[in-house]
Design a protein around this ligand. Structure first.
Ligand SMILES: Nc1ncnc2c1ncn2[C@@H]1O[C@H](COP(=O)(O)OP(=O)(O)OP(=O)(O)O)[C@@H](O)[C@H]1O
Ligand SMILES: [Mg+2]
Length: 398
C-alpha cells in the first residue's frame, strides 16, 4: 500500500520465482493526511479500509496484512559507519560478526521523538577492501560496515500503526515511499552511477540521491501537486475539485506550451455559472508554482552537494510528474537530464497502470517479491545444511 496525501493505493500480486503477476491495483481518495503525515486516525483508517475492500472485491482474495509505504517531513537518512575486529581465530567472517558490526552501526543517538524505520547496508569493507556486498565466509581481521539509516518521528509511525489497528490490518513492514518508488522506476545502473529520484505527490515531494546501488541522502519537502491546485482555485475563483480537474486535463507547465486560442470552461465556486479562461492564462498560473517547486528541488540538490555526482540525472515520478512539461522545465532550469519515472521494472504491466502515480505501490510489490526470494534462498540454505547433517549422522551410524 502507498499511504499518500492525495490518495491511498493498494496492489496485490502473485509471485512464482522470478515471475510477478499483478492481480489487482486500487486507488481511493485519501482523507486524514496533510503533507504526508496523518492528522486524523479515524479518517485514515477508513480510507485504507475502503482501498483494501476494493482490492478484495477485485481479486476475490481476503487481505489480512500489508506492507505500508509512507512519507512525511520528519523523515531523514543518516549515514553511519562501524568497525569491529573479527572474532574467529581463523579470521573467517561469520554471520555473527556481520550482525555485530551491523548492531554497532545502528547505534545512533537519536532525539527522543525519533526512531529508526529502516537500515540499508551500503557496503562492507574487509581489511580495507571496499565494495563487499556480503562479507560472510570471507577472510579478514577487520570488518567495517557502511549503512544508511532511515529515521522518522515516532508519532508518525505510531499514528500509522494505530490506523491499521483500527481496521485489524497487520502491518508486515513499514517503508519509506522513496525507497519503494526507486524499486519500480530506477535502473540498476542509474542507482550505481548516481541518480536523484524526485517523487512529486499531492502534499509532499521526496528528493532522494542514490549512489553505488543505494540511498545516500533524502529530504521531504512539504509541497506537491496540491500546491498548484490551490493556487489555481484561488486565482480562478473556483473549487479545489474543479481546479484539480482543469490542472489534470488542460494544465501545462509553461505558457509557451499552451494554445492561446484554446478556451476552457471554469465553473464558479458553487459549481454553477461557467466562464471561459484560455489555456495560456491557466499555464501562467501553473508555471509560477512549477518554477518555485523546481527552485526548491534545486536548492535541495545543492544542499546534498550531489550536482556533479548524478550522471543518471533526475528521474521524476509521482502523480505531480504527470503534469505536461514539468520534466522539460526542470531539465531546462537545473541543466541535468530529467526523465519521467514510470514503474517499468514491473514487467507486463497493463498500459493503464503504467503511470508515475503508481510507482510507489508497484515498487512495494517488487520489493516484497524480492524479499520473498531472499527468504526462500535462506530457507533452502538451511535445509541444505540440515540435509548435510543428517547424511553425516547416517555416515556415523553406518
Ligand atoms: N495528469 C496530471 N497532471 C497534473 N497533475 C496530476 C496529474 N495526475 C495526477 N496529478 C497530481 O498528482 C498529485 C497526486 O499524486 P500522488 O498520487 O503521487 O500523491 P500522493 O502519493 O497521494 O501524495 P504524497 O506523496 O504527497 O503524500 C495530485 O496533486 C494530482 O493533482
Ligand atoms: Mg506519494
Amino acid at each position: 500500500m502507498d499511504i499518500g496525501t492525495s490518495s491511498i493505493k493498494a496492489a496485490m500480486a502473485e509471485v512464482h520465482g522470478q515471475d510477478v503477476h499483478l492481480l489487482g491495483i486500487t486507488e481511493v481518495p485519501s482523507f486524514g493526511l496533510r503533507k504526508g503525515s496523518i492528522i486524523d486516525i479515524e479518517s485514515t483508517a477508513k480510507s485504507i479500509d475502503n482501498c483494501l475492500s476494493e482490492l478484495e472485491r477485485l481479486t476475490g482474495i481476503e487481505i489480512y496484512s500489508a506492507l505500508l509505504g509512507f512519507s512525511g517531513v520528519s523523515i531523514s537518512v543518516v549515514n553511519n559507519h562501524a568497525v569491529i575486529a573479527v572474532a574467529n581465530p581463523t579470521y573467517e567472517i561469520t554471520q555473527e560478526d556481520k550482525e555485530r558490526v551491523l548492531n554497532s552501526a545502528r547505534n545512533l543517538s537519536l532525539p527522543l521523538d525519533k526512531a529508526i524505520i529502516q537500515i540499508i547496508e551500503r557496503q562492507y569493507i574487509v581489511d580495507n577492501y571496499d565494495g563487499v556486498k556480503d562479507p560472510v565466509g570471507m577472510v579478514g581481521s577487520r570488518l567495517e560496515a557502511e549503512v544508511s539509516i532511515v529515521v522518522g518521528a515516532i508519532a508518525a509511525i505510531q499514528n500509522l500503526q494505530r490506523s491499521a489497528n483500527r481496521i485489524n490490518l497487520h502491518v508486515d513492514n513499514l517503508m519509506y515511499t522513496a525507497l519503494l518508488g526507486a524499486e519500480s522506476v530506477l535502473t540498476p545502473s542509474e542507482m550505481e552511477m548516481g541518480v536523484v529520484l524526485v517523487d512529486i505527490g499531492g502534499g509532499t515531494t521526496e528528493v532522494t540521491h542514490f549512489e553505488e546501488g543505494s540511498v545516500l541522502q533524502t529530504s521531504v519537502l512539504p509541497i506537491g501537486g496540491e500546491y498548484i491546485t490551490k493556487d489555481l482555485a484561488i486565482v480562478l475563483r473556483t473549487s479545489m475539485e474543479e481546479a484539480n480537474r482543469i490542472k489534470e486535463r488542460h494544465g501545462v507547465a509553461s505558457p509557451d506550451m499552451a494554445k492561446s486560442d484554446l478556451m476552457i470552461n471554469v465553473h464558479n465556486i458553487q459549481g454553477k455559472d461557467a466562464r471561459e479562461v484560455s489555456q495560456q492564462v491557466i499555464a501562467e498560473i501553473i508555471s509560477a508554482r512549477v518554477i518555485e517547486m523546481t527552485e526548491l528541488i534545486y536548492a535541495e540538490l545543492k544542499q546534498f552537494q550531489c550536482l556533479n555526482r548524478m550522471p543518471g540525472g533526475i528521474v521524476l515520478t509521482g502523480g505531480g510528474a504527470e503534469l505536461v512539461g514539468f520534466a522539460d522545465i526542470m531539465e531546462e532550469y537545473i541543466s541535468v537530464p530529467v526523465r519521467l519515472g514510470l514503474p517499468e521494472n514491473m514487467k507486463g504491466l497493463p498500459t493503464d497502470f503504467n503511470r508515475p502515480q503508481n510507482a510507489v505501490v508497484l515498487g512495494g510489490i517488487l520489493y516484497s517479491a524480492r524479499q520473498r526470494a531472499v527468504k526462500h534462498e535462506d530457507t533452502s540454505r538451511i535445509f541444505g545444511l540440515i540435509d548435510r547433517i543428517t547424511y553425516w549422522l547416517k555416515d556415523l551410524f553406518r
